[in-house]
Design a protein around this ligand. Structure first.
Ligand code: PGA
Length: 255
């Protein structure tokens, strides 16, 4: 049985005071979602604050954190990038890779997304590797072909499953739009992805690998999405900014 993972993607939101306020509420409410693992993907300068505050609050629940992007070199002349060594030093145990906004606005490719995801594992973290089709791709019946293409460089670069590697299926048309994939659409894509993992990394890895769903997840739709057989958690953008709605989604986990 795969333990579910509920991850918040804060994107370019939250300053220092807002981060502290969020954590104070989260720490006060952990009895609502005591068993599920929760992760916050925050802007890099917030990562040490999350670690310090969570300690100060007595680390009352299973909270992990990590960056929204990561470079694959440890150091060098790479202005504007984040070193995986530094991310790890700041207490990160997860890292997001290949988010559609990175692909859309910052030139991320399937190739570079895979390199970033594998760098997380090379430096002691776990990747949440994002992929998903655009509306035009879905409408032209290319969803599964696109998912396959998006995974190819990853499977070419990693012949075996990195321990704890996670995928996040995020249909681009569902991100920040209020339009969620139906339960059946999510389940179909997740089952297909699990099949790709099985082809590349074998049956045991496929059974263990967590595949999160992302795209307008809210407290109102989380329970049904998380109940799908191949949905192993959620990657939540907008609804993760409010600690109570993030907790309500975490509380909808299936165990
Ligand atoms: P959303 O974002 O929940 O606001 O749709 C999801 C994401 O970008 O990961």
């Amino acid at each position: 049985m795969r333990a579910q993972l509920i991850a918040g993607n804060w994107k370019l939101y939250k300053n220092l005071a807002e981060t502290k306020a969020f954590l104070a509420v989260l720490a006060g409410q952990t009895q609502q979602a005591p068993q599920v693992e929760q992760v916050l993907f925050a802007q890099a300068p917030l990562l040490p604050l999350i670690g310090e505050e969570w300690q100060r609050l007595g680390a009352p629940g299973r909270l992990a954190w990590g960056p929204q992007n990561l470079y694959w070199e440890e150091k060098g002349a790479f202005t504007g990038e984040l070193s995986p060594v530094l991310a790890r030093e700041l207490g990160s145990t997860y890292a997001l890779a290949g988010h559609s906004e990175r692909r859309q606005f910052f030139g991320e490719t399937n190739e570079t997304a895979a390199r970033r995801a594998l760098a997380a594992h090379a430096f002691g973290m776990k990747a949440v590797f994002c992929l998903g089709e655009s509306l035009a791709e879905r409408d032209s019946g290319r969803t599964m072909a696109v998912l396959k293409e998006q995974c190819q460089p990853l499977f070419a670069q990693a012949r075996e499953a990195p321990e704890g590697f996670c995928f996040a299926y995020e249909p681009v048309w569902a991100i920040g739009t209020g339009r969620t994939a139906t339960n059946a659409q999510a389940q179909e894509a997740h089952a297909f992805l699990r099949g790709l993992v099985q082809e590349a990394w074998g049956a045991e890895a496929a059974a263990k690998t967590r595949i999160l769903y992302g795209g307008s997840v809210k407290p109102e739709n989380a329970k049904e999405l998380l109940a799908q057989a191949d949905v192993d958690g959620a990657l939540v953008g907008g609804a993760s900014l409010d600690p109570l709605s993030f907790l309500a989604i975490a509380a909808a986990h299936k165990g």
